[in-house]
Design a protein around this ligand. Structure first.
Ligand code: HEM
Length: 222
């Protein structure tokens, strides 16, 4: 098997299978540890701005990846979004949100390694997860700023070919090394995520936005 077949056919399916089966297994077998394992109680000041920068950046970057890579360009063109406009939006938003996620992830990693109480309560899994996340985001942000590639005719149709079970690794042949590494590292993170604190992503507290207010009142003197 060639390296391209391994990286862009076998590995994506291994990663997606581990991702799906792993989440189902973890949800059923280990429901009481399904949380973000927040370290806020150990240190709050640095976490506040690092976590906010990171989460805004990563959530919008995720949405951008979905909209930009999974929706076929022919559909976007029918809405008046030409490939040139699509690329301009992708690069501009990637620069802003990618940078925000990168600075936030770097600060979270630094806090985890340098703050003694946080470090002592961190598992190897915690450090590896934030380390790998920072690596994936750093490569993605580097690509947006310095290594341009026509992803609409290469990476985007390749991802769709994987999802419709008709993989075409040939589409990845002309893609630069830093994009390929970003994709392989992101697939590794995807496969490992059910066994890390990243499971909390699937517990977006949407009902929180719609629940009625809780009214706190002072106890009246009798
Ligand atoms: C879907 C919306 C999300 C919600 C509501 C959410 C919520 C939270 C909460 C409450 C914490 C614990 C407090 C904190 O550290 O800030 C946390 C931590 C964390 N989240 Fe999220 N998160 C979301 C999405 C994501 C995504 C998409 C990623 C990465 C792919 C991510 C990665 C992390 C990491 C690595 C930590 C640990 C930070 C640390 O303590 O060093 N989160 N998240």
């Amino acid at each position: 098997m060639s390296w391209d077949n391994l990286a862009f056919v076998a590995f994506p399916y291994i990663s997606l299978t581990t991702f799906t089966v792993g989440h189902a297994y973890r949800y059923i077998a280990d429901p009481f540890h399904w949380n973000s394992r927040s370290s806020e109680i150990l240190e709050k000041d640095r976490l506040q701005y690092a976590s906010v920068l990171f989460h805004y950046g990563i959530v919008f970057t995720f949405l951008g990846h979905f909209a930009g890579l999974l929706v076929p360009q022919s559909f976007l063109t029918s809405l008046g979004i030409t490939p040139a406009i699509h690329m301009r939006i992708a690069v501009f938003s990637g620069m802003i949100f990618g940078l925000s996620a990168l600075v936030g992830a770097g600060l979270l990693l630094r806090r985890r390694l340098k703050h003694i109480r946080v470090f002592r309560h961190s598992s190897k899994n915690d450090v590896a997860t934030i380390g790998l996340l920072t690596f994936v985001i750093a490569l993605g942000t580097y690509n947006v700023f310095f290594s341009h590639c026509n992803v609409l005719d290469t990476v985007a149709p390749w991802i769709r070919s994987i999802l419709i079970l008709s993989p075409d690794p040939g589409l990845m042949a002309s893609v630069p090394f830093t994009y390929r590494l970003h994709i392989v590292a992101a697939l590794a993170l995807l496969g490992l995520s059910p066994f890390s604190r990243l499971i909390h992503i699937w517990s977006v507290p949407v009902p929180y936005l719609f629940r009625s207010h809780i009214v706190f009142r002072k106890r009246q003197a009798e």
